[in-house]
Design a protein around this ligand. Structure first.
Ligand code: SF4
Length: 404
């Protein structure tokens, strides 16, 4: 989401004739787009602001603005603590000096082959550990027609794959007058000529409906790869996290998706070391992952975020060393599972949308969101290519170009 918002900001300024620079000492305007999903990220924001202060002192004309989830409900208070910052504005909102219509319409002049398109901001769930609803506010969907025309404009400028973004995309449209849903939006986007692939994230296990799964199964442009975070495998921990489902609900959801969408790839997010998580409860997470064998797992050690329910009511009672130990166990398990899943692709031919080059190699993704590297002298940027897989690892695939 932050990446999408940074791109929108940068395209706005490019349209006004400004040039990007990576050197803050050359900049007339610096915007720091912040993330505070973990304590460490918040510390980095403060450190970065301290270093930007030096540039501001050397060049008092330079404007410094801060946005993203670090900006809380009280920018006036923040201004007192950081008087050298000229503007604070909340994530997803237009900068204070910006015309709102220009902001809504800002699209990069030269978007990438793949592009992020935010469809809903904020979240109405209050998971005990999460700061998002406090910083990004309640759910606010963009009108369906506005999203469709943005995707159309991106495709006209070369984009071939879009990823629809939201903290909970399954709630899309419920706050709009005619209550369109994600299935309707995907169906509308399927008709976009020149668009090859559609993805969406993040899903909430309690909100991902059977209707959505069936719709996706019938829309060829929608890629069979979903991120559905479970966060923990123990019902007690899930309840403490206020996630609103049980591990068995998740098992059923995975089974339904796999039955309806053949070859689907699923990824998951896990938090280890949530307050009170016992060794046995952690083991339930390990057992669930071993049982479900998902394609990818993003694992994070719990860190309390000031202002959340967990930070207020639940002592952070798992030691850092124990959190690290649990994190490694999940990482190792997933390395094994991911390695096994990817090994089944050995000698298969997969369709890759080529996004760019890394050193000597082209890279892109399969429809199931697996990253593939290959060498070839032709220019494959932005094209679909068939690749025969010759080497696999838990994280990526390598192959050679089979058919143009
Ligand atoms: S659903 Fe996601 S964004 Fe919303 S509160 Fe829970 S973790 Fe945070």
């Amino acid at each position: 989401m932050n990446k999408a918002e940074s791109e929108r900001l940068s395209s706005l300024f490019s349209q006004k004739g400004m040039q990007p620079t990576i050197h803050p000492d050359e900049a007339d305007l610096v915007i720091l787009n912040t993330c505070v999903v973990r304590q460490h990220a918040e510390e980095r924001v403060v450190n970065k602001l301290h270093s930007l202060r030096t540039f501001k002192k050397a060049n008092p004309q330079m404007l410094l603005a801060v946005t993203g989830c670090w900006v809380d409900a009280n920018p006036a208070q923040m201004s007192k603590s950081f008087p050298y910052v000229d503007y604070f504005f909340k994530p997803g909102e237009a900068p204070p000096w910006q015309n709102i219509e220009d902001w809504r319409r800002a699209i990069p002049e030269k978007p990438g082959v793949t592009a992020y398109v935010p469809i809903i901001q904020g979240c109405n769930n209050f998971c005990a550990y999460c700061i998002v609803p406090y910083r990004r506010g309640r759910e606010k969907s963009r009108p369906l027609a506005e999203i469709v025309s943005e995707v159309q404009a991106l495709v006209e400028r070369g984009t071939r794959e879009v990823t629809l973004l939201g903290q909970n995309v399954n709630s899309y449209g419920q706050d709009l007058p005619d209550k369109p849903d994600l299935a309707q939006l995907l169906t509308a986007l399927q008709a976009t000529e020149g668009l090859w692939r559609i993805r969406f994230l993040t899903n909430h296990p309690k909100d991902m409906s059977l209707h959505l799964i069936e719709t996706v199964a019938n829309l060829p442009k929608v890629c069979p790869a979903f991120n559905i975070p479970i966060q923990a495998g123990s019902d007690t921990v899930l309840q403490n996290m206020r996630r609103g489902y049980r591990a068995d609900d998740y098992r059923r959801l995975v089974a339904e998706i796999r039955a309806k969408i053949k070859g689907v790839a699923l990824s998951n997010d896990i938090i280890v070391g949530f307050p009170d998580e016992t060794a046995a409860q952690f083991q339930e997470t390990v057992d669930l992952l071993r049982e479900l064998k998902l394609d990818a797992v993003h694992v994070a050690a719990y860190s309390p975020r000031s202002g959340t329910i967990a930070a207020r009511e639940m002592p952070d009672d798992i030691s850092a060393a124990e959190k690290k130990r649990r994190l490694h166990i999940i990482e190792q398990l997933q390395e094994e599972i991911g390695g096994q899943i990817n090994a089944t692709l050995q000698d298969n031919i997969v369709e890759v949308l080529v996004e760019g080059r890394e050193g000597e190699k082209w890279y892109g993704r399969t429809r199931t969101d697996k990253i593939v590297f290959f060498r070839d002298t032709a220019d494959w940027h932005g094209k679909l290519v068939s690749i025969r897989i010759e080497r696999t690892s838990p994280w990526s695939l390598q192959g050679t170009c089979e058919i143009a």
